[in-house]
Ligand binder design. Structure first.
Ligand code: ADP
Ligand code: MG
Length: 460
């Protein structure tokens, strides 16, 4: 195949592209393409930037390949590679003979360094955050299922997927897992993950350098955009505006968006109404506070990953005591394991209590009697003052007993101390309350569930 013939073919391909996509698109995206060489039936085309490469591959890749194979039946692949134009010698190798060689494997468009553009705009992914090490339980099963669904489907199922939940409950883990999954399954889909803060930072920088066009284009050309901790965008009007437009344009193009926040869309502070409602119009999945069972499962899974033996008793103790979130639970387990390895002893309940001394105290301190009183009063719809009052009517006395019971269960206060907090009652009154509630829990399953619910709410 001689050089001139190839060149003529390339010119015809360019002509067709110009006709099909129009002058404006051609000028912006296709004109910068230069032919590098044709080797072994493989055409190499150069573009000056990664961004342009990704854009061209996504939007025009298939068409370029088809046009080339129409022009020249010997061509079975097109590579679009990044090569800065200045100083490069794009067609240095154009004369290489191609005849007589075995056809190369049919890798068509670049098995490109898949994440080129994503790395530039997005943040790196944590290799530990995968679906297969995400422990699923009641509190997160819905969010997990939704994330999996998005990761596995090539079409947009719900847009956006809005994940929300308290800190340390696995939002970032799930988002990274989606990104890994997509990148592995289909490296050509561009997935960008970044924090809302980083998004804001980039936007402000683009404003300063008067480069907002490029900023927009970068985000508008991705297949899957994930923005983490979007509550940070609240209150920043111009960023919100930009976010809103980027968001709309991606949704209109059928691109998938995944958002996380610490609150539901309707509770996001400082967020414009139209943005809030737009954020909530896909699938909203919340990750609830961990349950005892989930915490136990997570400890088991992490211990296994670390290859250490954690006695059942210790696992149960941790699951019981470290209730705030998974991050803290992980941290506690790591400390216990590290300590055991350092001193060369087995993990025991005693060593665990010792090592986690400070953490346990902090967790203990977390629940106060005042908090319990407040929650219980709310739950039973009585006045907070009735926790201290002398009223004995059943509808206030029972909740008061429940609060005393929970205070005994959830804090390390003594019976007299608890009594004092309930309007200066005697410790025998508290003791009686505890017994009464225990009896009722045994006898009445709906009451039992009610108390369990309260306990969980307070514990997390
Ligand atoms: P968030 O983004 O919601 O604040 P992260 O995703 O950063 O929380 O999770 C905090 C830590 O807890 C991470 O190390 C993560 O791997 C771990 N984690 C959270 N949920 C789970 C889970 N269900 N299974 C395993 N690890 C989890
Ligand atoms: Mg996070």
């Amino acid at each position: 195949m001689n050089d001139d013939a190839v060149r003529a073919q390339w010119n015809r391909v360019r002509g067709r592209l110009r006709d099909e996509f129009g002058e404006a698109a051609f000028k912006s995206w296709l004109n910068p393409l230069t032919l590098a060489d044709v080797r072994n039936g493989q055409v190499r085309i150069c573009v000056p930037t990664r961004f342009l490469r990704d854009w061209v591959v996504t939007h025009y890749g298939d068409r370029i390949r088809t046009l080339w194979s129409k022009e020249n039946a010997a061509i079975n692949g097109v590579d679009i590679v990044v090569l800065p134009t200045s100083g490069a010698k794009p067609n240095a190798a154009a004369n290489e003979p191609t005849a007589g060689k075995a056809p190369p494997p049919a890798t068509l468009l670049p098995p490109c360094e898949p994440t080129a553009a994503s790395e530039e705009i997005g943040a790196p992914l944590d290799p530990r955050y995968r679906f297969d090490n995400f422990v699923v339980g009641k509190p997160n099963e819905f969010a997990y299922a939704a994330a999996r669904r998005v990761a596995e489907s090539d079409t947009v199922s719900f847009n956006p997927l809005f994940l929300y939940g308290g800190v340390g409950l696995g939002k970032t883990h799930l988002m990274h897992a989606v990104a890994w999954h997509i990148r592995e399954r289909n490296p050509r889909r561009s997935v960008i993950y970044l924090s809302a803060e980083k998004f804001m930072y980039r936007f402000v920088r683009a404003l300063r350098f008067q480069d907002t066009m490029a900023f927009k284009e970068q985000f508008r050309s991705v297949d899957v955009l994930m923005i983490d901790d979007v509550q940070f965008i609240g209150g920043k009007d111009s960023t919100q505006e930009e976010f809103f437009h980027t968001f709309n344009s991606l949704v209109d193009q059928g691109r998938q968006i995944i958002i996380s926040a610490d609150k539901s869309p309707s509770d996001l502070q400082g967020m414009e109404e139209r943005l809030r409602s737009r954020l909530g119009c896909g699938l909203v999945a919340d990750i609830h506070a961990t349950s005892y069972e989930l915490r136990l499962g997570i400890i088991g899974a992490k211990a296994e990953q670390m290859g250490v033996e954690v006695p059942r008793k210790v696992a149960e103790f941790l699951a019981h005591k470290i209730t705030s979130n998974v991050r803290e639970l992980e941290g506690a387990l790591n400390r216990v394991v590290a300590h055991a390895q350092l001193v060369g002893r087995d993990i025991t309940l005693e060593s665990t209590q010792e090592v986690l001394h400070d953490l346990l105290r902090a967790n203990d301190r977390r629940i106060t009697i005042e908090e319990i009183q407040k929650k219980v009063a709310e739950h039973f719809n009585i006045r907070l003052a009735d926790m201290h009052s002398a009223r004995r009517a059943r509808q206030v006395a029972r909740p008061r007993q429940v609060a005393m019971y929970l205070a005994k269960q959830l804090t390390s206060r003594s019976l007299p101390e608890i009594g004092r907090k309930f309007g200066g009652r005697d410790h025998t009154t508290v003791m009686h309350a505890v017994k009464k509630v225990e009896e009722l829990r045994d006898a009445d399953s709906s009451f039992d569930e009610d108390i369990e619910l309260l306990r969980r709410m307070l514990e997390t």
